[in-house]
Design a protein around this ligand. Structure first.
Ligand code: PMP
Length: 395
């Protein structure tokens, strides 16, 4: 079609123009073109959605559930989410006023940040962090204050938070935590969360807790800041990772009624409501659970250990992550410090796709993120390819 003149393009949203496209997606697109590449870049389960959950979606369509659902979500799903949070986090939310069903955890983040933040507000984010947080906060007109946690094992300590608050002075509104973390896999121990909760309450801040990976923990119990300071927490989660339902797009937010009222308003402007059949599937998933609740976890844990063993032998340093399905590994000094260059060479020469650590903000430089939500065979093959790539550099 004919192109419009450039002066008209000049009127397109300046806010969006100022934002860089996601480094992760751009890199993923670039390496996807390489023939024969195996990608450990993707952050999604390699399992299929459980059969009984699929059947619930099919039944819902056949029953002509094809109308606008209530804006906050179907009452049975809101009740199921509230029950699930009570069982897993020992905190009670009123399904009628304190829960909103969203299009994935992504829309939960959109609606929460746009409801909470004003131009000029600051949000503290321990980094490296999920890259989507940065453009979203920028779009609200607020500022993301990145706190590099690489020297503290990728965990924001209460003491560090106090220091940062002192440095920043006024204007801080919220602390955005993600545990288990994408990209580091670190889980926050209960005592650290309790310390952070104290500081957050003392400074009259909000905690935004992205707990989308809370079911994928290995050998530790998931603790939630929502059970410590529920009156100040916006709890964000969903079924994408826990129930292998990324494509269904089902997330939720739970929090104090007054804030949830604004969040519901934002949610209505953004999407109106979530697809009927997706809500039916999610209700089934939460009410009847997984056939074998440990199966996903055991499988991921085995693969995690496989990657750690393989990379450690080659000189990469990494903590053993307690959750999610990512390894955040430090590139040995002998292979150069530039993570983007390393990842690019690894892709073009060894045909292994990994994500450069610097895509995740301050503290990620010099690291790579590998997702182990791929088949064991692919992981083994990638480890072999990385080994011969690294041997060649060392020669
Ligand atoms: N938060 C984090 C930390 C994530 O890694 C992701 C997905 N990669 C999301 C939120 C978004 O999840 P969803 O697919 O449910 O929108």
């Amino acid at each position: 079609m004919p192109e419009l003149s450039t002066d008209l393009y000049g009127t397109i949203s300046h806010k969006l123009d100022a934002l860089k496209p996601s480094g992760i997606r751009a890199f993923d697109k670039e390496v996807s073109r390489i023939p024969g590449i195996i990608k450990l870049t993707v952050g999604e389960p390699d399992f299929n959605t459980p059969e009984h959950v699929k059947q619930a979606a099919i039944k819902s369509i056949q029953n002509d559930d094809s109308h606008y659902a209530p804006q906050a979500g179907k009452p049975e799903l809101l009740a199921a989410i509230s029950d699930y949070i009570k069982q897993t986090r020992q905190v009670e939310y009123d399904p009628a006023s304190e829960v909103v069903v969203t299009v994935g955890a992504t829309e939960a983040l959109d609606a929460t940040l746009f409801s909470l933040l004003n131009t000029g507000d600051k949000v503290i984010i321990p980094t490296p962090a999920f890259a989507l947080y940065f453009p979203l906060i920028a779009m609200t007109g607020a500022t993301a204050v990145q706190v590099d946690t690489s020297a503290d094992g990728f965990v924001l300590t209460p003491e560090r938070l106090e220091e940062v608050l002192e440095q920043e002075g006024t204007g801080v509104k919220a602390v955005l935590l993600n545990y288990p973390s994408n990209p580091t896999g670190r889980e926050y121990p209960a005592d650290v969360l309790a310390g952070l909760a104290k500081v957050i309450a003392a400074h009259h801040l909000y905690a935004i807790a992205d707990e989308i990976y809370s079911e994928l923990v290995y050998g530790v119990e998931h603790a939630s800041i929502a059970s410590m300071i529920p009156e100040r927490t916006l709890l964000i989660s969903g079924l994408s990772k826990s129930h292998a339902m990324t494509g269904y797009r089902l997330g939720y937010i739970a929090g104090p009624a007054k804030i949830m009222k604004s969040i519901l308003k934002m949610h209505c402007y953004l999407v109106t409501t979530v697809t009927d059949s997706t809500q039916a599937a999610a209700t089934e998933a939460l009410v009847n659970g997984l056939d074998d609740p440990l199966a996903f976890r055991q499988s991921y844990e085995k693969r995690r250990d496989m990657v750690i063993a393989g990379l450690s032998k080659l000189g990469f340093e990494m903590a053993t992550p307690e959750g999610a399905f990512y390894i955040f590994a430090k590139i040995p000094a002998a292979f150069g410090k530039d993570d983007e260059q390393f990842a690019r060479d690894l892709a073009s020469q060894a045909k292994v796709g990994v994500t450069p650590g610097s895509a995740f903000g301050a503290g990620g430089e010099g690291y790579i993120r590998l997702s182990y939500a791929s088949s064991e065979a692919d992981i083994q093959e990638c480890l072999k390819r990385i080994a011969s790539f690294v041997e060649k550099i060392a020669e």
